[in-house]
Design a protein around this ligand. Structure first.
Ligand SMILES: [Zn+2]
Length: 260
């Protein structure tokens, strides 16, 4: 589609909504867009003035995030909401399945650029890889990226980089159902993404100077809980202070096998 075609699409009315809903807009607005704009209207009239001092500080040039969070594009997984943070707190990088391709893969420069800027530009001291249960990206991986190649070649290529995760655990999980396999994948993927982070010169530079700590989390969509990776135990433990879920995940059997 050329630019003229795009302009034509953008001008095409889709649905007419009640003008009283959004008095500022007299043109046609799709209900979904109207929902977004109503949300923005509420943000602008309520949240923004309530946090006037914070936004003034941010607009004044303060950009000092507490951490960088590498997470999935999944709309259900919003790091800022999960940790109840404010604008300016998290430097975010989101991609399908929260993957960190090894340094040097030229077509993944967006990942490297964000990591390097976080360390050298923003002096970030904590970097989190946050996977999640029920991950659609990992489901596609489990089903085989090759199947995606016809219509989603970029996605197939991207997930192809994560096939090492699947190859790693599939032999151990013969017989489990797909959902269980996908959730195991989430927990297996995070430590491998942390290992891949070590291939970035900026990361090893900061680690060698004691300026950076790496963290691996998995967000559980069902419970809203976070599990954190403990390298010493090669296991995940619940991060909520109440410790309501005391089960170490994934199963110790898997982690022990991984050590071999
Ligand atoms: Zn996901």
């Amino acid at each position: 589609m050329d630019r003229a075609g795009l302009d034509e699409v953008l001008k095409r009315p889709t649905v007419w909504v009640c003008p009283g809903l959004l008095p500022a807009f007299s043109v046609s607005i799709h209900p979904m867009v109207a929902q977004l704009l109503l949300g923005h209207s509420r943000f602008k009239s309520e949240y923004f003035p309530a946090e006037e001092e914070l936004f003034a500080r941010l607009a004044g040039g303060v950009h000092e995030p507490l951490a960088m969070v590498i997470s999935c594009c999944d709309a259900r997984v919003v790091p800022d909401v999960i940790v109840n943070s404010q604008p300016g707190d998290l430097f975010g990088l989101r991609n399908i399945a929260a993957l960190v391709p090894k340094f040097g893969a030229g077509h993944h420069r967006a990942v490297g650029a964000a990591i390097e800027y976080a360390i050298h530009g923003l002096k970030i001291e904590h970097m989190v890889v946050c996977g999640h249960t029920h991950c659609g990206g990992l489901r596609a991986l489990a089903q085989g990226p090759v199947k995606l190649a016809a219509h989603m070649p970029s996605l197939a290529e991207w997930l192809g980089d994560a096939e090492q995760v699947l190859a790693h655990i599939r032999p151990m999980l013969a017989g489990v159902d797909d959902e269980e396999l996908i959730d195991h994948l989430a927990y297996e993927s995070v430590p491998l993404q942390l290992e891949n982070l070590l291939s970035y010169p900026a990361v090893t530079w900061a680690l060698s100077r004691g300026r950076l700590q790496l963290h691996g989390w998995v967000y559980d969509l069902s419970s809203g809980g976070l599990h954190g990776y403990v390298p010493e135990d090669n296991a995940f433990v619940p991060l909520d202070s109440a410790g309501r879920r005391s089960i170490v995940m994934p199963e110790p059997r898997l982690r022990e096998l991984k050590r071999e």
